[in-house]
Design a protein around this ligand. Structure first.
Ligand code: CA
Length: 225
């Protein structure tokens, strides 16, 4: 899932970037409000983590513009620990959650997971398709309880397909969710990931179909059950 982190404190950003990336998310980082606003206009993020005090445009204004454009992506505001006004202001503008600085990294990760699930219309910590299950807390995919050995990239592709099961996802949309701004995943590379995933899902009763012109679709292979 692709996330935008907007934080101008270099120390905090350099601490958060590896934490969020290691959780398997494609992460972009902006330290300037206007650039963050432009990125939110042009890139298909699944979540934004917004600091309040930023150069050139503050987090409230970024959020106000985001909601005015009709975007409903989840937004987590990073506020001063004692900044009650900041929290109320953010929630009133349409933030989904807030975290007071300084915060515990595990709490941030848990809130990110919860917001991503909510953004995908899932409220539980697990997503299931047939015998395939994704556990958001441990970030593992399993079939009948046996954890699949997947590379981080394969895991990211399968996660997106699983959250959108039964609906086609174009190759471009998939690439945009699993890679950040600084990476480029070619259509060939995406085919390789999907090819490997199909092998690892063999016999699971879950398949990844290629729909010509529409992309990939994950569903239960009813004929195989
Ligand atoms: Ca700041």
């Amino acid at each position: 899932m692709r996330i935008l982190l907007v934080e101008d404190n270099p120390e905090l950003a350099s601490w958060l970037i590896p934490v969020l990336s290691s959780a398997g998310h494609a992460l972009d980082h902006a330290s300037d409000g206007i650039i963050a606003n432009q990125l939110l206009e042009s890139e298909p993020y699944m979540l934004a983590i917004l600091d309040v005090g930023l150069p050139r445009m503050d987090g409230f204004e970024i959020l106000r513009r985001l909601r005015r454009r009709g975007s409903r992506i989840p937004v987590l505001m990073l506020t001063a620990q004692c900044g009650v006004d900041d929290r109320i202001g953010g929630l009133d503008l349409g933030a989904d959650d807030y975290l007071g600085k300084p915060f515990d990294v595990d709490e941030l990760k848990a809130r990110v997971r919860a917001l991503l699930r909510r953004g995908q219309g899932q409220t539980g910590g697990r997503v299931q398709c047939g015998r395939l299950q994704f556990d958001a807390a441990s970030r593992s995919h399993s079939v009948d309880g046996t954890v699949l050995a997947l590379t981080p990239r394969e895991m990211a592709v399968l996660e997106v397909l699983l959250y959108r099961q039964g609906r086609p996802v174009t190759k471009d949309a998939l690439a945009e969710q699993v890679a950040g701004l600084c990476e480029d995943i070619s259509a060939d590379a995406m085919e390789v990931y999907v090819h490997r995933l199909r092998k690892k899902l063999a016999g699971s009763g879950v398949r990844i179909q290629t729909l010509r012109g529409l992309g990939y679709l994950l569903d239960e292979d009813v004929a195989a059950i």
